[in-house]
Write a protein that binds this ligand. Structure first.
Ligand code: COA
Length: 421
């Protein structure tokens, strides 16, 4: 594929999200409104929402999760944006990342000047087994699901393949989870915003309070190896290797580059965009890499005119801990087969040379599937503008990357954002 350029530049001038979690009594509308209001508050200069030209909403399956189809105009109506065009984008867990791309293309084409992109999912109304079935419709229902696969199962297959090929162990994956919970403990929007040590101590305290034997875990690795605390979901993926079932929404405001100064003195620019697709996992020769992620990454780097080494930090799609390690290789941060060693060595931690998932990632922050791609953008927006509070990465940051995967990589979309001053 040849290098592509946007026909005109696009800037990110606002971003917000609801809290991610399990919210009984709230609908996706409530969550979308929450995110939209926070996005409005994040815009530096006053602007009239009536000037917004279009809305793109990522949503995987409000149909099955909430018995509500035709989601986009409902969201438009609830945030007061009707009658502008409202478009729902569905690409499984990459729905919001693809909605973002569509919003960028709408501005680059000249059809729109000001666009809202977002994502929303309300998953927790269903019991986990129903959620698992609903998510499984993002796989190949003719060839994979009848064979007994679920999403934890797919990523478990990738994890066993990766371990056999390169020598990683289940402990490697646990270390990714520990790192993401450490990051998420600094994120007030995270569903599981606590360090694993904190959760471990809470379990001990609860046992003591109930007069039960108090477990003697000496550290978080011992806790994670304990079958009672961290049960196997699909070996080697345990509970703390899985992103949770989540409710949440995220929203971003995009404008043409020439308008950016009217919205902010500190806008963030879209430097690179990439997207690719692929057949289902059962049809792939190599389970240790996601080809669509490699391609999407290459396209984004080429458009941005930079290399993986130039990325200061990345929000990657860690729906399962193995996915983060594979992503770190697919995006060129580490050589193939080396990502697990980098994770073990702390290179992807806050203090490492390539910080990944400063927000806590999908693992700790939560994974309302249709919202996650724009949720990642919220973190990049905050970090690049120096507004990430306690979890702000020190130093001058220039490039942040988001990597959003649909299914097992049937879709992958990568964006690179740039701070120019
Ligand atoms: N990480 C850590 N703790 C978790 C968790 C997670 N992902 N999910 C739930 N928990 C905790 C709950 O808080 C609860 O703790 P408590 O007993 O102290 O209150 C406990 O584990 C049980 O929660 P429950 O909601 O009953 O878990 P579950 O067994 O129904 O679901 C999974 C657990 C892993 C099966 C579910 O989260 C899941 O399916 N995750 C993957 C989602 C997915 O596939 N997304 C798409 C990716 S492509």
């Amino acid at each position: 594929m040849s290098t592509k350029k946007l026909a005109r530049g696009v800037a990110l001038v606002g971003a917000g999200m609801s809290k991610f979690g399990a919210f009984k009594g709230k609908t996706s509308r409530d969550l979308f409104v929450e995110a939209f209001v926070e996005m409005l508050a994040s815009v530096d200069k006053p602007f009239d929402p009536k000037t917004i030209d279009a809305l793109y909403v990522g949503n995987y399956s409000s149909d099955l999760f909430e018995n509500q189809g035709h989601t986009a105009p409902i969201m438009a109506s609830w945030v007061g944006l009707t009658p502008i065009p409202a478009v729902r984008v569905e690409d499984a867990c990459a729905s919001a990342g693809v909605a973002l791309r569509e919003g960028i293309l709408a501005i680059a084409s000249g059809m729109c000047d000001i666009v809202v992109v977002g994502g929303v999912e309300k998953m927790t109304d269903l019991a986990t087994e129903k959620v698992t079935d609903t998510l499984a419709t993002a796989a190949d229902s003719q060839y994979e699901i009848p064979a007994g696969f679920t999403f934890p199962g797919f990523y478990a297959a990738m994890a066993t393949s990766y371990m056999a090929a390169y020598g990683a162990t289940p402990e490697t994956f646990m270390k990714v989870g520990i790192k993401n919970h450490n990051n998420g403990s600094l994120n007030e929007k995270a569903q599981f915003g606590a360090k694993i040590t904190t959760l471990m101590e809470a379990r001990k305290a609860s046992a003591a309070k109930k007069g039960l034997p108090v477990p003697e875990w000496k550290d978080e690795l011992e806790f994670l190896k304990d079958e009672r605390a961290n049960p196997i979901i699909a070996w080697p993926m345990r509970l703390y290797d899985c992103s949770p079932v989540s409710d949440g929404a995220a929203v971003a405001l995009l404008v043409s580059e020439e308008l950016a100064g009217k919205f902010s003195d500190n806008p963030i620019f879209v430097a690179g965009v990439g997207q690719a697709s692929d057949g289902a996992l059962h049809d792939r020769e190599d389970l240790n890499s996601i080809p669509s992620a490699r391609l999407a990454g290459q396209q984004a780097y080429e458009m941005a005119g930079i290399q993986p080494k130039d990325i200061d930090f990345a929000e990657v799609h860690d729906c399962f801990t193995i996915a983060e390690i594979i992503a770190s290789e697919d995006l060129g941060f580490f050589e193939k087969g080396e990502g697990w060693k980098a994770a073990e060595a702390g290179e992807t931690a806050r203090s490492g040379k390539k910080p990944i998932n400063l927000s806590g990632g999908l693992k700790s922050k939560g994974h309302p599937v249709g919202a996650s791609g724009v949720g990642q953008v919220v973190e990049v927006w905050k970090q690049l503008r120096g507004q990430a509070g306690e979890r702000q990465l020190p130093g001058k940051l220039k490039f942040g990357l988001t990597h959003n995967v649909g299914g097992t990589g049937q879709t992958c979309v990568v964006h690179i954002f740039e701070r120019r001053d």
